[in-house]
Design a protein around this ligand. Structure first.
Ligand code: F6P
Length: 254
């Protein structure tokens, strides 16, 4: 029955809060690996929640990926003054439609907000990095990113992400040797949540997450169960929005 289904999801949410030590979890029905519309359901849940926490003059930092693109596709007007969307980090190897810049701009358009973009080469050499962060226009955007009040981000399976980004063989080898399981914000984590590799780019660094008042993680699909569990070993996040298939697989212990 419909009520039974809803109650089943509530039970999954409570169990995940315990298992992942996270204060708030939302589980939507389905498996995003199998059906694209499940990502849109994650998106809808994200927007509905966002409306309960967004205030005036909020700065919302967003990452890239197909899940975040689905969140953007579901965005509706937020009816708040001074909402600013920014990409959480510079380029980390995604196609244009899945880049944080593109997603921030689309969210701003649909939410009737404003946006700032980050134009940084990808990947970034150490010397380019040092000079780029001194560019006034980039520096100004970086300040806005670092003072974000809300972050919306995806999580991926480590090797899936490394391949999608056409990561060098040397780095893939390093990820395998160190048993990388998950990726978020350009950081790769092992099953204990320790960082085993990091993509060099500007924007939110892991330590900056602690200062962001509300961090929302959006990731679903049975194939991401281990990745989600790995991220939450260390991840500072206030809310996980996931789907039933990922939830059940995480609780099975994967
Ligand atoms: O590359 C941006 C990013 O948010 C990654 O940090 C994350 O691993 C990935 O996208 C998730 O992508 P998808 O939602 O397509 O699985």
């Amino acid at each position: 029955s419909f009520m039974g289904e809803i109650m089943g999801l509530r039970v999954l949410e409570e169990q995940l809060q315990d298992t992942l030590s996270i204060s708030n979890v939302i589980v939507v029905p389905g498996n995003s690996d199998a059906y694209g519309w499940v990502k849109q359901e994650l998106g809808k849940a994200c927007i509905a929640f966002l409306k309960t926490i967004v205030g005036e003059d909020s700065t919302i930092a967003v990452t890239g990926g197909t899940t975040m693109a689905a969140v953007a596709s579901m965005m509706t007007p937020l009816n708040k003054e001074g909402t600013l969307f920014v990409p959480a980090r510079g380029g980390i190897g995604e196609k244009v439609e899945n880049q944080a810049n593109t997603i921030a701009a689309e969210m701003a358009r649909k939410a009737n907000g404003d946006y700032r973009l980050l134009y940084v080469p990808d990947p970034l050499s150490e010397s380019a990095y040092q000079s780029i962060i001194q560019e006034p226009s980039i520096n100004e955007t970086l300040e806005q990113i670092k003072s974000a009040t809300i972050a919306l981000h995806g999580v991926g399976d480590a090797l899936t992400m490394a391949h999608r980004r056409k990561t060098s063989e040397t780095v893939v080898k390093k990820l395998k040797e160190n048993q990388a399981m998950s990726e978020a914000f350009g950081y790769y984590f092992d099953s204990e949540g320790d960082v085993v590799h990091k993509v060099r780019t500007v924007g939110i660094q892991l330590e900056d997450l602690k200062k962001i008042p509300y961090v929302i993680t959006i990731a679903g699909g049975e194939s991401k169960a281990q990745a989600i569990a790995s991220f939450f070993k260390q991840g500072k996040s206030d809310l996980l929005i996931t789907d039933e298939a990922a939830a059940e697989e995480i609780l099975r212990g994967t």
